[in-house]
Design a protein around this ligand. Structure first.
Ligand code: BGC
Length: 761
């Protein structure tokens, strides 16, 4: 009886209790009513002003901006990163007629005060927990400085190592990048955007910036719709599905139409097909650049095209501010378009909780940190942990690594003690003087158990073009006035005293940055000469590479005994590198981008089509798809990375050899740690549709699992394969799976795989 009453009570409770869906609908109604009422009150000028996103700087001095804000002429601000500055600007809103709060954005891309590894490094960890942690900490640090929004994640898939911004993305694979996109959007935005510790994610650059022709920045892209949707769009779609609040357009053009004026991208794909209901911001100056692209004759035409195409906010060039009024008056921009764009800005501010409290993140003076750069504000332990997970061991002949903490070690190279470079480009509010260099990390790890000697060995480059580029705006890499010979002589003399030489070489951070496109993928000349001289000493040679793109390392592979790809590992980079070099951490990173043998092979990527005449190793003659003057294939394939232990993967066990369209099959392997050290590795699942209505890639990543194994331990790893993993965009752009035979591959990189087949019925 009691039970029945209790059940009745529960049911009655359920009936009267509002459900989660009801609450969401109510909240949406409240938001809609609020925005509708506000829009009603706004003049055309006030609406236009909301579309203005500006940075304090030479074009917009603080005093001018303050006056503008008082007149309600600014929508959002970026590049202002301290609470007092942000509060000062937000305070001015009180003088405006409608008192609509500003939002504050910044490029928080791989950390804020604490720099984590550059994105390409984060991707190399294949560790979604670690990547998510870096994003969450970034949100905590950025929001604590008063920021509401980050222009991140940058999820442009790229097959172009020449492109400097390859460093800012997560590599060449759509599946891996999409998983990272989801994790970062959720990490930045937290459970609610109204939380003071959450910041809004602005994913970028929509779309296909990473496919820019020849890897030349800001360039053009011409691509089939199949390739676009199959290989480049999935991360953007994943970011939308994960709830990203905003998106930034691409500076590049797609099939002749720049991203900022591309209504097919912004309206048809983004909003209609994918249901995006957030904010679209242009990239920096992208509206006026439509004139140089040759699709708009003047600022008015550029403005008309951009807003009509769906670019809501105009970053920094003020085209909307000056041109929109006349365009609305003449009807060239319908009022409904202006209203929709303005609504998207207001909704963004509402979602960020700024109408309730414009100081939600900027806080009050009393709570400001006494020292904004205080050590206590950094997250060093996480930065070190995440950085060491991002490093990829490329070579380790005769187990020269890990090093012993004894004897004499020579740490040589122009990057060995460079605080500026180790934090990487787009390092937000991170300070180089808080970064740990390799020299410091190794010296601290060695302690008094051995000696650490150092010489710079060379400048980054002897090429005036490169020297001038690196120091174009400020002298970040001062040139050592000594001659190359003098520097090398000193380094060789130091190396001769050592048991092992660690050479820290690669690129200046500015070489792997926006507009940092390179025609060569080699380590610069001066450092090549240094490496050759160090090799000639006959001492064991370990190369630690700091760089932001796949390099052509064929020669260095021959010269060095071991090579560690450390990317630009961030504030704690030097400690993390020392952890790996001395074996306090067993490297577990895997390449998220193919490393070619030479720049001439580019684009070279693992998920390519087969062609009618694929390369056959048994026949190096003519008539196959191949370069005759270089060994075939990559130097290091996608997914590659060594460990200090050996892992063995069993043959694949399939739960069934056939898959029905509604079903799933399980593919299982057993992975065993064959060595004597604990370690982590990434088990990777690839599929190939062997015969389809259009040619399909030789393999595509469809799953991965990072696992940790003790010495001798083995673990079963099971992947569920369902119909979704088999789908692709066919000639009619339908996303579907076709019956037939599929090859399934599981392994520890894209080449070293076990394989089997199954049939989709
Ligand atoms: C870059 C964007 C960045 C913006 C704001 C542009 O030059 O292309 O990625 O978010 O500047 O700093």
């Amino acid at each position: 009886m009691i039970k029945t009453l209790w059940m009745f009570g529960l049911l009655a409770g359920l009936l009267v209790q509002p459900t989660f869906a009801d609450e969401r609908a109510d909240a949406q109604d409240r938001q809609d009513r609020f925005i509708d009422e506000l829009l009603e009150k706004m003049t055309v000028d006030e609406k236009i002003s909301q579309l203005r996103l500006v940075s304090v700087g030479p074009e917009h001095p603080k005093e001018t901006l303050i006056a503008d804000i008082r007149q309600g002429k600014v929508g959002g601000i970026f590049n202002t990163v301290t609470r007092p500055d942000i509060r000062l600007l937000q305070d001015q809103v009180k003088e405006s007629r409608l008192k609509i709060p500003l939002f504050f954005a910044y490029d928080v891309t791989h950390g804020h005060r604490t720099a984590f590894p550059i994105s390409l490094g984060l991707a190399s960890s294949w560790d979604l927990e670690a990547i998510g942690r870096s994003g969450r900490i970034s949100a905590l640090e950025a929001s604590a400085d008063g920021l509401d929004m980050t222009f991140s994640p940058m999820i442009d898939v790229t097959r172009e190592p020449r492109w400097g911004r390859a460093s800012e993305g997560f590599g060449e694979d759509p599946y891996l990048t999409a998983r990272i996109a989801e994790v970062l959007v959720k990490a930045y935005q937290g459970d609610s955007l109204r939380d003071p510790h959450s910041i809004m994610a602005v994913f970028k650059h929509f779309a296909l910036y990473g496919a820019t022709e020849g890897g030349r920045d800001y360039n053009t892209v011409d691509m089939s719709a199949q390739r676009m949707f199959q290989d480049y769009m999935p991360p953007y779609k994943a970011a939308v599905d994960a709830g990203a609040g905003a998106v930034m357009t691409s500076l590049s053009a797609l099939n002749g139409m720049p991203g900022t004026a591309n209504s097919w991208l912004l309206r048809d794909v983004l909003r209609q097909q994918w249901g995006f209901d957030g904010l679209v911001v242009s990239d920096h100056g992208a509206v006026l650049e439509l004139m140089r692209h040759g699709v708009a004759a003047d600022p008015a035409a550029a403005t008309q095209m951009s807003i009509n195409a769906g670019t809501d906010m105009n970053m920094n060039d003020d085209a909307y501010l000056h041109e929109l009024k006349a365009l609305v008056d003449s009807g060239k921009v319908p009022m409904a378009v202006l209203d929709a764009a303005c609504r998207n800005v207001l909704v963004t501010k509402y979602r960020l909780g700024l109408f309730d409290d414009p100081y939600l993140r900027a806080g009050v003076v009393a709570d400001d940190p006494a020292d904004r750069n205080a050590e206590s504000r950094l997250h060093r332990a996480d930065a070190r942990d995440i950085a060491r997970r991002s490093m990829v061991l490329l070579k380790n002949a005769d187990s020269v690594l890990p090093l012993k903490k004894s004897g004499t070690l020579a740490v040589i190279g122009p990057l060995a003690d460079s605080q500026n470079d180790i934090i990487g480009s787009w390092s937000a509010a991170s300070l180089p003087n808080q970064a740990v260099t390799v020299l410091r990390g190794v010296t601290e790890a060695m302690g008094d158990r051995g000696r650490v000697l150092h010489a710079k060995g060379s400048n980054l480059s002897n090429d005036p073009l490169i020297q001038q580029f690196i120091n174009a705006y400020e002298v970040v890499s001062p040139l050592d006035p000594r001659s190359p010979e003098q520097m090398i002589d000193e380094a060789v003399a130091i190396a001769r005293q050592a048991d092992v030489v660690v050479a820290v070489v690669g690129e200046a951070r500015g070489m792997a940055d926006e507009s940092g496109s390179r025609a060569s993928l080699q380590i610069p000349d001066a450092q090549q000469a240094l490496i050759a001289a160090l090799e000639a000493t006959g001492k064991p040679l370990v190369l630690v590479l700091l760089n932001g793109r796949p390099l052509a390392l064929g020669k260095e592979h021959e010269q060095a005994d071991a090579m560690l790809e450390a990317w630009f590992p961030g504030t704690e980079g030097g400690h993390a590198i020392a952890d790996v070099l001395f074996g306090d951490y067993n490297p577990s990173g895997k390449l998220p981008m193919t490393f070619p043998r030479t720049v001439g092979q580019v684009p070279l990527y693992y998920n390519h089509l087969n062609s009618g005449r694929p390369f056959r190793p048994e026949n190096r003659g003519k008539y196959t798809s191949n370069y005759f003057d270089v060994e075939h294939g990559p130097m290091y394939p996608f997914g590659y990375g060594l460990s200090y232990t050996d892992f063995e993967v069993s043959p694949i066990r399939l739960s069934s050899k056939t898959l029905s369209s509604g079903g799933r099959i399980e593919a299982q392997v057993t992975v065993r740690n064959m060595g004597s050290r604990a370690g982590e590795t990434v088990v990777q699942l690839y599929l190939q549709d062997k015969v389809a209505s259009i040619s399909r890639p030789v393999q595509e990543l469809k799953g991965f699992r990072k696992i940790a194994l003790q010495p001798g331990e083995s673990r079963d790893v099971t992947f569920d394969v369902g119909i979704d993993a088999l789908k692709f965009f066919n000639a009619a752009l339908d996303f579907q799976a076709e019956p037939g035979v599929f090859k399934i591959m599981v392994g520890l990189d894209s080449v070293d795989v076990r394989s089997d087949e199954f049939t989709l019925e």
